[in-house]
Write a protein that binds this ligand. Structure first.
Ligand SMILES: NC(=O)c1ccc[n+]([C@@H]2O[C@H](COP(=O)([O-])OP(=O)(O)OC[C@H]3O[C@@H](n4cnc5c(N)ncnc54)[C@H](O)[C@@H]3O)[C@@H](O)[C@H]2O)c1
Length: 334
């Protein structure tokens, strides 16, 4: 890594301004960075510009910022169809669709434009970072940077080292993540699906198993989960829950009895397999676990946003971050 990192410290580039990239770029703007937003589709660059007032409103409502407007954010934004302006950035975040060859190709193209000292984070959902690093010129500066939807508001970020990622890169990544208002979960090892998706996928497998086994209908599975896990999840994760809601001895005893009956198949279940064949998109094409009306996709999107905004406010009031979002630190130059 070299001085280019320090020199470009205030500029972050986001490549891919789709569902996820939009929130990532808005997060960087909300936290005062200048942003280079790259998308090969003019339509998606336009959509991002249109999204800015909404993103500002979300950030104001959730207390991410105290003041600000889309005009001021635009002054710090450069949109581009190609990678050339990413040379100004200290960090390039790739957020194109989940396609391994396309992501590997893009990493090579980014490396051809940026200097050696520029960090590259990949917002892959589930690809091992070590695989993405193959063929990179400087694999030590490539790391996993896994965001969730509404990245401009949430605290979520998983930082994952590939086999070749340097410790310095991870230290810098953590520091930038904190400047972006995140509570980064830093993994010690590269593993497919990282943390939250692995935990979630185990849960999804069990939910589908309960449905397929005729134990309960989809409505019952939903209400049971929503009204139990849904209540405590904004407060704590499963390990803390075991500690504070009965203790490990109690939980271990009850888990021991149920464990042999839990879903453990390594094959995709029939229902999920059939969803691939049908291109199921839930409320968007009325193929999924439930039946949907025409405006349900929009209704669920609104509910999702409302849940995220209120959860952020709840967490800021009751669950302070160990590293406060407002902490402005100097980024270490490796
Ligand atoms: N959707 C989710 O809930 C979610 C959650 C976490 C992480 N992710 C991950 O985030 C990444 C992006 O997902 P998404 O849902 O935003 O995808 P998306 O398809 O909505 O957006 C991808 C964008 O990248 C652009 N693009 C594609 N190739 C490009 C290239 N070579 N150069 C410039 N622009 C290019 C496309 O035009 C599009 O706008 C994926 O790796 C996905 O797995 C998704």
């Amino acid at each position: 890594m070299n001085d280019k990192f320090a020199q470009n410290e205030q500029v972050i580039a986001v490549v891919g301004l789709g569902q996820l990239g939009r929130g990532i770029a808005a997060c960087c703007l909300a936290r005062g960075f200048a942003v280079v937003g790259v998308d090969r589709e003019q339509k998606n660059r336009d959509l991002f510009r249109k999204f800015l007032p909404e993103a500002v409103a979300h950030c104001l409502e959730a207390g991410v910022i105290e003041s600000g407007d889309a005009g001021e954010w635009q002054d710090r934004l450069e949109l581009s169809e190609d990678l050339a302006p990413t040379s100004r950035a200290c960090l390039v975040i790739e957020s194109i669709a989940e396609d391994m060859p396309a992501k590997k190709q893009l990493l090579r193209e980014i490396e051809a434009v940026v200097d050696e000292g520029v960090l590259i984070g990949s917002n892959t959902s589930a690809f091992p970072i070590s695989d993405l690093q193959e063929g990179c010129k400087y694999p030590e500066r490539v790391f996993g940077m896994h965001w969730s939807s509404h990245g401009h508001v949430t605290r979520f970020l998983e930082l994952t080292p590939g086999e070749q990622t340097s410790a310095q890169t991870m230290a810098c990544a953590k520091e930038i993540a904190e400047r972006l208002g995140k509570e980064p979960a830093v993994l010690k090892k590269d593993i497919a699906g990282f943390l939250c998706n692995r935990i979630a996928y185990a849960m999804y497998r069990e939910a589908v198993h309960l449905l397929e086994s005729g134990v309960a209908d989809a409505e019952a599975i939903e209400s049971s989960f929503r009204n139990s896990v849904g209540l405590w999840a904004p407060m704590c994760g499963p390990l803390r829950l075991i500690d504070v809601m009965g203790g490990g001895a109690f939980y271990a005893e009850s888990i021991k009895g149920v464990l042999p009956t839990l879903a453990s198949s390594t094959e995709l279940q029939d229902t999920l397999e059939s969803f691939i064949d049908q291109n199921a998109k839930g409320p968007k094409n009325n193929i999924g676990f439930f039946d949907y009306e025409e405006d349900d996709a929009e209704k669920w999107a609104e509910r999702f946003t409302a849940a995220i905004l209120s959860t952020k406010k709840y967490q800021d009031q009751h669950i302070p971050c160990d590293s406060p979002a407002s902490a402005k630190k100097t980024v270490m130059v490796p």
